[in-house]
Write a protein that binds this ligand. Structure first.
Ligand code: SAH
Length: 356
């Protein structure tokens, strides 16, 4: 049975589902979910991510986290963690770049949080020189200093959508139309305490999004960092606060309708970094300013790194390297759309490339 058929039956039985439940089924259904069945990332997949564009991305993030480790007195046992490591490319580049740093690899407990068995297999291959272990949930992160990276992880987390109705909110749901096709509908208006702050910047009929799970994941990471030390670099597509529907589907590098071909397209949303920053603060963890990816990478020295990689190259490899540098940093490419938020203990300096 296709995922579409599974969803039709579920909706016929239980009624319309939240956008969050729909996203969860499409992305992570154990047998038919997008991440559980496809290896979607990369030039031949449905979308390409920063670490797949160039090794420079992972190298610079690795050095930034290693610097944070040094700034905090080189704790002798710590977790180096990644959320949603994809093909394992980012972590492999981070580890290669930090190999020469005395004590860093010896002290680390390498932990990966990944839901998809297919992705876990790719990560095991990419990281076979190290000894990673996989965790099912962020709650399983060890109680140690935590140095963590997450690139394009939060944009895959399920979120709910609400339309303002007076001072209440009607939830947008996925149901069935008269032809048994998936269709959006609206639930009855209810009070939503988590959206109290959105009564300030919305009007009747506006759509807002809220990811409870993004908030809970951030709280857990922030608790570890506030208690034991560490730092997190969260890189994603989004801004401080979004307004309107940001749910989008991507299939073979082209936009698709999120309700078409469930389970066969990547679904993402813009990340509201405000929610993450609030969750961190609630745990007594400090956060940096939200910084455009291009600015962050320039501050970390991406141009010097590109020049040194370029030195022995000419022809197509050189052209490709210049294009990759531009793609990661230029404001009209990923440089401005992607943002970086750092988390750190209140007593520690912000990670390199970021400002308090
Ligand atoms: N960070 C990688 C991959 C981004 S794609 C890169 O930059 O290339 C999102 C990744 O998060 C995939 O590995 C996917 O399987 C994983 N993922 C998505 N939702 C998840 C969840 N709820 N729990 C754990 N992993 C998840």
């Amino acid at each position: 049975m296709s995922l579409l058929e599974t969803l039709r039956r579920r909706i016929a039985h239980d009624g319309p589902m939240s956008v969050a439940d729909y996203m969860s089924e499409c992305l992570l259904n154990p047998t038919q979910g997008y991440y559980t069945t496809q290896t979607a990332i990369g030039a031949t997949g449905d979308f390409i991510t920063a670490p797949e564009i160039s090794q420079m991305f992972g190298e610079l993030l690795g050095l930034a986290l290693a610097q944070a480790w040094r700034d905090q007195g080189e704790p002798s046992a710590f977790a180096l963690a990644e959320l949603g490591p994809g093909r394992g490319t980012l972590m492999a580049d981070m580890l290669r770049a930090t190999r020469g740093l005395p004590g860093f690899h010896a002290a680390m407990d390498l932990v990966l949080i990944e839901a998809s068995p297919k992705m876990r297999a790719l990560q095991a291959e990419a990281l076979s020189a190290y000894a990673p272990r996989w965790l099912d949930r962020v709650e399983d992160l060890p109680q140690k200093p935590l140095f963590l990276v997450a690139n394009e992880f939060f944009d895959a987390l399920p979120l709910r959508q609400f339309i303002r109705t007076g001072a209440m909110w009607s939830e947008r749901r996925v149901g069935l139309d008269d032809h048994q096709n998936l269709a959006f509908g609206l639930g009855a208006p209810t009070a939503q305490p988590a959206l109290a702050h959105r009564l300030e910047d919305t009007r009747e009929g506006d759509l807002v999004e809220y990811s409870e799970i993004a908030s809970v994941v951030t709280e857990t990471i922030a608790q570890r960092i506030a208690t034991h030390g560490g730092a997190a670099l969260i890189v994603d597509y989004g801004d401080w606060r979004s307004l309107g529907d940001t749910l989008q589907a991507l299939r073979a590098h082209a936009p698709a309708d999120p309700l078409d071909t469930p389970g066969q397209a990547d679904l993402t949303t813009h990340v509201d970094f405000e929610v993450l920053a609030q969750a961190a603060r609630a745990q007594g963890c400090a956060h940096t300013r939200l910084t455009p990816q291009g600015v962050f990478l320039e501050r970390l020295g991406i141009t010097a790194r590109a020049q040194s990689l370029a030195a022995p190259l000419d022809g197509d490899p050189l052209t490709a390297l210049i294009a990759a540098h531009r793609r990661l940093t230029h404001p009209e490419e990923m440089g401005n759309l992607f943002k970086v938020l750092g988390l750190m203990p209140e007593t520690a300096p912000p990670p390199a490339g970021l400002e308090p």
